[in-house]
Design a protein around this ligand. Structure first.
Ligand SMILES: Nc1ncnc2c1ncn2[C@@H]1O[C@H](COP(=O)(O)OP(=O)(O)O)[C@@H](O)[C@H]1O
Ligand SMILES: [Mg+2]
Length: 217
């Protein structure tokens, strides 16, 4: 529905604008395959028969972020295979089910979508790049996985700065996951990710879930 100024607003009865927005951002999503079924409920917080503190902290941080994402960032750092992407998917699935247009995308997928937009623009002369970048900058909730897994270049660094600086200045809800140390990033990006007024940083130091005995999975 349209408000008095002619802006598109969600209809309180049918939620049509939210559904439209969810579809619009989901077009770029890395939420597919197993990710659709990854939830907070099927995330295990036990290891070797005991509650594991790091897994419990990560689950709580992800649940907390998904219940109040407004003006907050959650940054999760850790080695491969210990459930970081699972929690990204769980946050996205939770928010989307609640009607929030959350975009779960890996940094390599985001850059590939922008490269594709540049090709499209060159071939069709239709503006594509700015609109797509705008979608990523303004997604109601952005869940950016695998930061640092992109082949880094000056271009990718400038995209990352533009994206995160915009979201930082506008206090837009953002979850960032990486297996790189935060100091490995452009210092301007690292500093924004660690701003304690906005961002919660959690370490996931759990071992690789894929190497667990089947009886513990
Ligand atoms: N604590 C956990 N509980 C249940 N499944 C898990 C847990 N940690 C990891 N997994 C599963 O192990 C696999 C690898 O986890 P993933 O989230 O992709 O790791 P990461 O992103 O940290 O490299 C996925 O299938 C995921 O569902
Ligand atoms: Mg991952």
């Amino acid at each position: 529905m349209l408000d008095a100024e002619g802006n598109l607003k969600p209809c309180p009865q049918c939620g049509v604008a939210q559904k439209w927005k969810i579809k619009a951002v989901d077009a770029y999503s890395s939420r597919m395959g197993a990710a659709v079924k990854q939830t907070f409920f099927n995330f295990k917080t036990t290891f070797q028969g005991k509650e594991d503190e790091t897994l419990t902290d990560c689950l709580e941080a992800a649940e907390e972020f998904s219940s109040h994402p407004d003006a907050r960032w959650l940054v999760m750092v850790g080695e491969r295979g210990n459930g970081k992407s699972h929690l990204c998917a769980a946050v996205a699935n939770h928010l989307i089910a609640a009607g929030t247009a959350a975009l779960f995308i890996t940094m390599p997928d985001l850059l590939a979508a922008l490269r594709q937009a540049m090709d499209l623009q060159a071939n069709t002369e239709q503006e594509s790049y700015t609109g797509r970048m705008q979608t990523f900058k303004t997604a109601p909730v952005l869940i950016l996985d695998d930061l640092g897994a992109e082949g880094r270049s000056d271009w990718s660094d400038s995209v990352l700065f533009e994206l995160l600086d915009f979201r930082y200045r506008n206090r837009l809800p953002t979850m960032i996951v990486t297996n790189c140390a935060l100091d490995a990033f452009d210092p301007r990006v690292a500093s924004r990710m660690q701003d304690t007024a906005l961002s919660t940083v959690v370490e996931n130091s759990a071992p690789d879930f894929r190497k667990r005995p089947l009886s513990e999975r």
